[in-house]
Design a protein around this ligand. Structure first.
Ligand SMILES: Nc1nc2c(ncn2[C@@H]2O[C@H](COP(=O)(O)OP(=O)(O)OP(=O)(O)O)[C@@H](O)[C@H]2O)c(=O)[nH]1
Ligand SMILES: [Mg+2]
Length: 312
């Protein structure tokens, strides 16, 4: 009689979407789980614009999780908002598990389901895959007991396969979260050992430029920025990149450029350093700024600039 396999240690693999309202730390969580910066994350809501795959792999026990980072789920505003929601919902297709990310309540905030989470959770009603609730940013929580009432409020709203308080920035409880995700996945392995992502290098380079631009501008400007890479050439050991930052209004262009070009210079330097760290090679980066009036309200332009950005 064959010795039964130890199922606790059996290889498991599958696809797991990371969803939630904007700015709760979904992209930061993906990077923390992968142990490397793959996707961009900023303090501005609406940072992620399209789904990005990042494959986590471990040998102890053998596990492969193809995580899908998604744009924040929010009631759509304008053409860009609608595209973000459609794109986030695409990320849910064919997944074996969903990690629904929310953030721990700030001091003084109600210990109830956040209004935007209510809307975001509704988007999951049609799926029948296990949903794990990850309560992020617990490092900000001064009184840990507040978490119990908060969790209870969420559990009254719907049932979760597990609830895990985490801190993506500090790496708190990520092993526990991975354990809960693993438990929901089918047995077997699916991916080549070195498979990390479904996106070409150029996509990530374009995203790093957009991240630097978002981090160096304020108010409504970051939401209306897109990046288009026009040239991407090897020159010996150097990679020469030329691209355009696209904004919605002439006044935004002036802000992105800054007085005597200081802001665009800072954006270029920061983006170049990030790209060099990502690619592990020397980069020359030249950026221009262009106005396409009201592009976030034009569905065709939104498709071109927010979804197919980087022209990969
Ligand atoms: N204190 C604290 N901040 C965090 C944590 N995780 C993420 N953040 C911050 O939260 C902000 C938003 O992070 P993102 O990862 O861009 O959030 P997101 O959910 O991907 O946002 P969208 O792409 O806009 O939907 C950033 O400023 C992060 O540094 C955490 O565990 N603790
Ligand atoms: Mg994100």
């Amino acid at each position: 009689m064959p010795i039964p396999e130890n199922h606790a240690d059996a290889p498991r693999a599958g696809r797991c979407a990371i969803v939630g309202r904007p700015n709760v730390g979904k992209s930061t969580l993906l990077n923390a789980l992968l142990g490397q910066k793959l996707v961009i994350a900023t303090p501005r809501p609406g940072t992620t614009r399209s789904c990005v795959l990042g494959v986590y792999a471990s040998n102890e026990p053998p596990t492969q999780v193809a995580f899908v980072d998604t744009p924040g789920l929010e009631r759509p505003k304008g053409a860009l908002g609608r595209v973000l929601i459609d794109s986030a919902k695409q990320g849910l297709v064919d997944c074996d598990a969903i990690v629904f990310v929310t953030e721990a309540p700030n001091a003084g905030a109600a210990l109830a389901v956040h209004e935007k989470d209510r809307t975001a959770l509704q988007a999951l009603e049609a799926t029948n895959v296990p949903v794990i609730l990850a309560i992020n940013k617990v490092d900000r929580l001064k009184v840990k007991e507040r978490l119990f009432a908060f969790i209870e409020a969420y559990q009254k709203n719907r049932s979760f396969a597990a609830v895990v308080p985490i801190s993506a920035t500090r790496g708190t409880n990520l092993e526990a979260l991975l354990g809960e995700i693993r438990a929901t996945l089918p047995e077997g392995l699916l991916y080549d050992a070195d498979f990390l992502t479904d996106r070409p290098e150029r996509f990530f380079v374009s995203e790093l430029v957009r991240e630097a631009a978002m981090l160096n501008t304020r108010q409504e400007i970051p939401y209306g920025i897109a990046c288009d890479l026009e040239s991407y050439r090897e020159e010996g050991s150097l990679l020469r990149i030329e691209g355009t930052l696209i904004v919605e209004k002439a006044s935004h262009k002036a802000i992105v450029i800054g007085s005597r070009g200081e802001t665009i210079k800072k954006i270029s330097t920061e983006a170049r350093q990030e790209i060099e760290a990502f690619l592990g090679r020397k980069v020359y980066l030249r950026l221009w700024v262009k106005v396409i009036p009201g592009w976030t309200r034009d569905p065709t332009k939104v498709r071109q600039l927010a979804i197919e950005e980087s022209g990969a």
